[in-house]
Design a protein around this ligand. Structure first.
Ligand SMILES: NC(=O)c1ccc[n+]([C@@H]2O[C@H](COP(=O)([O-])OP(=O)(O)OC[C@H]3O[C@@H](n4cnc5c(N)ncnc54)[C@H](OP(=O)(O)O)[C@@H]3O)[C@@H](O)[C@H]2O)c1
Length: 292
C-alpha cells in the first residue's frame, strides 16, 4: 500500500510551528503579524474561503481583518483599499480574494500590492524572484506541495517530475521551483497542458506526478508507472448517483493508489497545506518587517 501523504496532519504541524514563532515575535519585538483580506462581491465559495483564512489566522495568533466591498465596487476603490494597506505598518500581509468581478482588472490590482506584503505570491516581482531563485513569496499551493515532498522525505533531485497544468498560481510556479538547482528541486520537469497531445506518454515516465487541472478522473492507473509519487492538487465537486455531492481530485484515487508509492488524498491533501502556507507567508512577512 502507498504512503498516504496526510495534508491535515502536516498542516496541523505547520500551524503549531507558526503559532510558536508568532508568540516569539510578539514577545521579542512586540509585533503581532497582521493579514488583511479583501473580498469583493458575494461569491459563496470566496466568502467561505476568506472566512476560513481569517479563522486560521486567529488560531495561530495572527491578527486578521476582513474587508468586504460590494460587487459594484470600482477598480479604483479596490486599488485605494490596497494602497491604504500598503501604507499601514500594522498590515504585514495583503490578500485580495480572487476571482474579482469581471469589470476589475485583476492584474492591475495584484500589481498594486506591495511585493513585501504579497503573501499570495502573485505579484510579478515575486513571480520573477521565484523564477530566478531569489527569496520572495512562494504562492501557497506550490509552497504546500514542496513542504509535503520535503517533510515526507520524497527526493526530487535527479527525478523526473511531470506537472499537469500551467496556471500562474499552481502549475507554472511549482514546475519552476522543482527545476531550481537546490533542495527540494533539481528535478527534470515536464509541463503538460491542453496543448499536450498524449499526457499519459509523459506521466508514465514520471517519478513524481503533480496534477493541477480541475478535471476528475484525468489521471488514471494507466497514466502512472509502478512506484510513482502522485500529488493531486485538483479540487472538483461531483454529484453521486444518490444526488449528494462529493469533493474529489483529478486522480482516480481508487485505481491509482495501489500502483503509487505515495499519494495525496482529496480532501485532506494539498488543500489544508495551501491554507497553512498562507500563515507561514504572513509570519515571514512580519519577521522580515521586524528585521528592517
Ligand atoms: N488544493 C488546493 O489548495 C488548490 C489550490 C489551487 C487550485 N486548486 C485546484 O487545482 C485545480 C487547478 O487550479 P488552477 O487554478 O491551476 O486552474 P486553471 O487556472 O484553470 O488551470 C488549469 C490548467 O490545467 C490545464 N488543463 C485543463 N484541462 C486539461 C486537460 N484536459 N489536459 C491537460 N491539461 C489541462 C489548463 O491548460 P491550458 O493552460 O492549456 O488551458 C491549465 O493550465 C483546480 O481543480 C483547482 O480547484 C487546488
Amino acid at each position: 500500500m502507498p504512503t498516504i501523504i496526510d495534508g491535515n496532519a502536516l498542516a496541523a504541524t505547520i500551524r503549531g510551528e507558526v503559532a510558536e514563532k508568532v508568540a516569539d515575535l510578539v514577545a521579542t519585538h512586540g509585533i503581532t503579524p497582521g493579514l488583511n483580506l479583501l473580498l469583493v462581491g458575494e461569491d459563496p465559495a470566496s466568502t467561505v474561503y476568506v472566512r476560513n483564512k481569517g479563522k486560521d489566522c486567529e488560531n495561530v495568533g495572527i491578527r486578521s481583518t476582513i474587508v468586504r466591498l460590494p460587487a459594484t465596487a470600482t477598480e479604483d476603490e479596490v486599488i485605494a483599499c490596497v494602497q491604504a494597506w500598503n501604507a499601514d505598518d500594522s498590515v504585514h500581509g495583503i490578500l485580495v480574494q480572487l476571482p474579482l468581478p469581471k469589470h476589475i482588472d485583476e492584474h492591475r490590482v495584484l500589481r498594486t500590492i506591495d511585493p513585501e506584503k504579497d503573501v499570495d505570491g502573485f505579484h510579478p516581482v515575486n513571480a520573477g524572484k521565484l523564477m530566478i531563485g531569489l527569496d520572495g513569496f512562494i504562492p501557497c499551493t506550490p509552497y504546500g506541495v514542496l513542504e509535503m515532498l520535503t517533510r515526507y522525505n520524497i527526493e526530487t533531485s535527479g527525478k523526473h517530475v511531470v506537472v499537469v497544468g500551467r496556471s500562474n498560481i499552481v502549475g507554472k510556479p511549482l514546475a519552476m521551483l522543482l527545476a531550481q538547482k537546490r533542495s527540494p528541486g533539481n528535478a527534470t520537469v515536464t509541463i503538460c497542458h491542453t496543448g499536450t497531445p498524449d499526457i499519459a506518454e509523459h506521466t508514465r515516465r514520471a517519478d513524481i506526478i503533480v496534477s493541477a487541472v480541475g478535471m476528475h478522473g484525468l489521471i488514471t492507473a494507466d497514466h502512472i508507472r509502478d512506484g510513482a509519487v502522485v500529488i493531486d492538487v485538483g479540487i472538483n465537486r461531483i454529484t453521486l448517483a444518490d444526488g449528494t455531492t462529493k469533493l474529489v481530485g483529478d486522480v482516480d484515487y481508487a485505481a491509482v493508489a495501489p500502483k503509487a508509492s505515495a499519494i495525496t488524498p482529496v480532501p485532506g491533501g494539498v488543500g489544508p497545506m495551501t491554507r497553512a502556507m498562507l500563515l507561514q507567508n504572513t509570519l515571514t512577512a512580519a519577521i522580515r518587517k521586524a528585521r528592517q
